[in-house]
Design a protein around this ligand. Structure first.
Ligand SMILES: [Zn+2]
Length: 238
C-alpha cells in the first residue's frame, strides 16, 4: 500500500515535469521556452520568468511563478483569471492590451507599437488580427488593434510571439527574427499552408507552431522544407 502511494506521488511529480522545452543560446545566456498548453507558455532567462497567456487547461504544478506576465487578448484561452492567479505574485508585472487590461486589476496597458523594458527583456507590442476570418460576414475573430503579438528581445535574441493572427503584412515585414511562435488553427487564425507562406516572407531562423489544435503540422513542415527556416515541433497538447 505504502509502495503504491509512493509510486503514485512519484508519477505525479514526474508528470509535472513533462512539458516540452526548447533552449536558445543568446549573448546573455540561455533563453528557455516551456510549452504548457495551446498558447500558454513560459520563458525563462537570467533567473527571470515570463508566463504568456496562462490557461487553466495547462498543468502549472511545479512551475515557478512569474516575474512578468504577457497577455495577448481577451479570449478565454488567453485571458484566464484563474490561471493568472496561479502564476501571479504581488510583485508580478502584468502587461496586456487595453481590452484585456480592463479585466485584470493592476495590469499595464501596451498597445500595438508600444515598447517596454521588463527586467532584462525588451518587449514590443505588435499587431495580431484577422484579415478575413470571422464568425459571420463583415466580422473578424480578432479585430486589428484589440490584441497584441509581442516581440521579445533578450541578449540580442529576437523572439516573436505572433498571437492569434493571420499572416498579416506586419508579420511578413519582420526582420532578423531568431525564433517565432506561429498559430495555425481554423477558423480562428490560419491554415498551416498560409502560416508557412507568411513564415517564408519574414524568414525566422526557427519557426515553432503553437495554438494549432486540429491542424496537420506536416503540411507546415513540408511547405518550409528546404526554405532555410528550421521547424521545431513541440507537443502543445500533451
Ligand atoms: Zn486563441
Amino acid at each position: 500500500m505504502r509502495f503504491a502511494t509512493l509510486f503514485f506521488l512519484g508519477a505525479a511529480a514526474l508528470l509535472a515535469q513533462t512539458h516540452p522545452t526548447l533552449e536558445f543560446a543568446t549573448k546573455a545566456g540561455p533563453l528557455k521556452l516551456t510549452a504548457i498548453r495551446h498558447a500558454s507558455f513560459m520563458l525563462q532567462a537570467g533567473k527571470q520568468v515570463i508566463h504568456v497567456d496562462p490557461w487553466s487547461q495547462g498543468n502549472f504544478a511545479g512551475l515557478p511563478a512569474a516575474d512578468f506576465i504577457l497577455i495577448t487578448h481577451t479570449h478565454a484561452d488567453h485571458l484566464d483569471l484563474k490561471a493568472l492567479a496561479l502564476v501571479r505574485r504581488d510583485s508580478t508585472v502584468v502587461v496586456a492590451p487595453a481590452a484585456a487590461a480592463a479585466q485584470i486589476p493592476g495590469a499595464r496597458i501596451m498597445k500595438n507599437g508600444d515598447k517596454l523594458q521588463l527586467g532584462p527583456f525588451d518587449i514590443e507590442a505588435l499587431p495580431m488580427y484577422n484579415v478575413k476570418r470571422g464568425p459571420s460576414a463583415g466580422q473578424v475573430f480578432h479585430e486589428k488593434g484589440r490584441g497584441n503579438g509581442y516581440l521579445l528581445t533578450y541578449g540580442g535574441f529576437r523572439f516573436y510571439i505572433a498571437g492569434d493572427t493571420e499572416g498579416i503584412p506586419e508579420m511578413r515585414a519582420l526582420k532578423n527574427i531568431h525564433a517565432a511562435l506561429i498559430p495555425m488553427n481554423l477558423p480562428y487564425t490560419m491554415p498551416p499552408e498560409e502560416a508557412a507562406e507568411a513564415v517564408k516572407a519574414f524568414h525566422p531562423k526557427v519557426a515553432i507552431p503553437y495554438h494549432y489544435r486540429g491542424s496537420d503540422l506536416s503540411v507546415f513542415e513540408k511547405a518550409l522544407a528546404g526554405s532555410g527556416v528550421e521547424v521545431k515541433l513541440l507537443d502543445w497538447y500533451h
